[in-house]
Design a binder for this molecule. Structure first.
Ligand SMILES: [Zn+2]
Length: 271
């Protein structure tokens, strides 16, 4: 999610702002000077897609950055090139290409092509196809940027609302409290990795792996419970031990599944 309304709306589009004032109040964050928070006539009243928080306008180190950096750290010994293109991977992993119209022409065209949804996208294989095409053309910076976009979707599907298809955005009226709880709380646990890498040849297949893993974890932790976007506590202070453990495990497991997707791509490019 973007924590600062820096994106201007375009006619007929939607405003992409985050209720920074609300987050500031809730989490005690420093206030940034934000521009571009004016709404579009006829547009949606608020919101940008969430998931784990991303870097744009974010005063904290974004969760998408942490997840991608952890994946790089786990893959770089076998495939050093992922370290060389770290900046491109992290930049791609912080792009929010979902259901909302984007003002950037390239990102909007990609959003339409990928079939961006509230939870992820309909066609992760098209993201990988772009990465492959750029790599074959010798444009490795772009190839790794596209791979980063794919990793973003894999990462987002580690969030219950994304895996379980519960619609949410980023304002007080429609936010997901698990995402609020995770914001500025990077506390991953790698002690309970309860799955192993299926070693998929196609990196885009890890979007489904991530989604299935998250849905299973929620069902195991809270059986016969229908997930709602207000299910979790909003803050670490008021979260139960069970909620804290679930979040830490989801952060760790999301980093792990991201590393599997990255390694799958690296096997194609640096065998
Ligand atoms: Zn996202």
């Amino acid at each position: 999610m973007c924590v600062c309304g820096t994106s201007r709306a375009r006619p007929g589009g939607v405003r992409q702002t985050l209720p920074i004032a609300s987050l500031v109040l809730l989490l005690g964050l420093p206030v940034l000077a934000c521009g571009g928070a004016d709404s579009a006539p006829g547009g949606e009243p608020d919101g940008t897609e969430q998931g784990w928080d991303s870097q744009k306008g974010n005063p904290t180190h974004a969760t998408h950055s942490y997840l991608t950096e952890e994946a790089i750290a786990r893959v770089r010994d076998a495939h050093p090139e992922v370290e060389a293109y770290r900046a491109d991977l992290v930049k791609g992993a912080n792009e929010e290409i979902h259901d909302l119209v984007l003002s950037d022409a390239l990102l909007e065209s990609l959003r339409l092509e990928f079939g961006g949804t509230n939870g992820s996208c309909q066609h992760p294989e098209r993201v990988w196809a772009h990465a492959q095409e750029r790599f074959a053309a010798g444009d490795r910076h772009s190839a790794y940027w596209y791979l980063g976009i794919l990793l973003h979707y894999v990462e987002d599907l580690g969030v219950p609302a994304h895996a379980l298809g519960v619609y949410h955005q980023s304002s007080v009226t429609n936010w997901d409290t698990f995402e609020l709880l995770a914001f500025s709380n990077w506390k991953p646990s790698y002690a309970e990795i309860d799955r192993s890498d299926p070693h998929l040849d196609d990196p885009s297949g890890y979007a489904q792996v991530s989604s299935d893993w998250t849905a299973s974890n929620f069902g195991e932790a809270w059986p016969s419970t229908t997930y709602k976007r207000t299910f979790f506590s909003k803050t670490w202070t008021f979260a139960s031990h069970k909620e804290r453990a679930f979040l830490s495990n989801r952060q760790g497991r999301s980093a792990i599944v991201t590393s599997w997707a990255l390694e799958s791509a690296a096997r194609h490019w640096n065998p």
